[in-house]
Design a binder for this molecule. Structure first.
Ligand code: FMN
Length: 139
């Protein structure tokens, strides 16, 4: 039997640096998407009203190392970790990055789409993320 790799999820919110341009935000979203999908990391990265919300889920070592890199990134600050948890389910559906800052662009159906991306988390964690998303998204 194939040994199961220990998977881990980290969820945090942070504040974007004051002088961060739209272009730089798009750059963070798209390069994270590319790297994460190549490295079997699932989750969600959202930007709204000057804040980031991120879930990274994957092989434990990869996730803890990536989070160290992210914490050192000076394009954001006030990084508040909500949780770090072992994951016992199989990976879900790849990585999603989205900029939801512009209220006129926001489609409520996206909420369900985001929730589908956190199904790897246990029920309590899913509920916590769902509550944060309700505050975070411009609904
Ligand atoms: C809010 C935020 C989230 C980020 N999320 C990721 C991510 O999920 N994956 C990733 O590869 N880089 C992410 N980055 C970028 C990393 O901080 C870093 O720039 C990138 O991994 C390249 O690292 P390196 O220069 O050490 O190679 C994020 C940056 C910010 C500001």
């Amino acid at each position: 039997m194939k040994p199961r790799i220990m998977r881990y999820a980290i969820v945090y919110v942070s504040t974007a640096s004051n002088n961060l341009k739209d272009e730089e935000i798009q750059n963070i979203l798209s390069s994270s998407n590319t790297w994460n999908n190549k490295n079997d990391i699932t989750g969600l990265l959202l930007f709204s009203e000057g804040n980031f919300f991120q879930i990274i889920e994957g092989e434990k070592k990869t996730i803890t190392e990536l989070f160290e890199t992210i914490q050192e990134d000076d394009r954001h600050h006030n990084i508040m970790q909500i949780f770090g948890k072992d994951i016992h389910k199989d990976a879900y559906d790849g990585y999603v990055s989205d900029c939801v800052s512009d209220q006129s662009d926001y489609e409520p159906e996206k909420f369900q789409h985001y929730l589908n991306h956190i199904k790897v988390l246990d029920k309590t964690a899913q509920k916590a993320v769902e509550n944060i998303l309700k505050v975070f998204l411009p609904i």
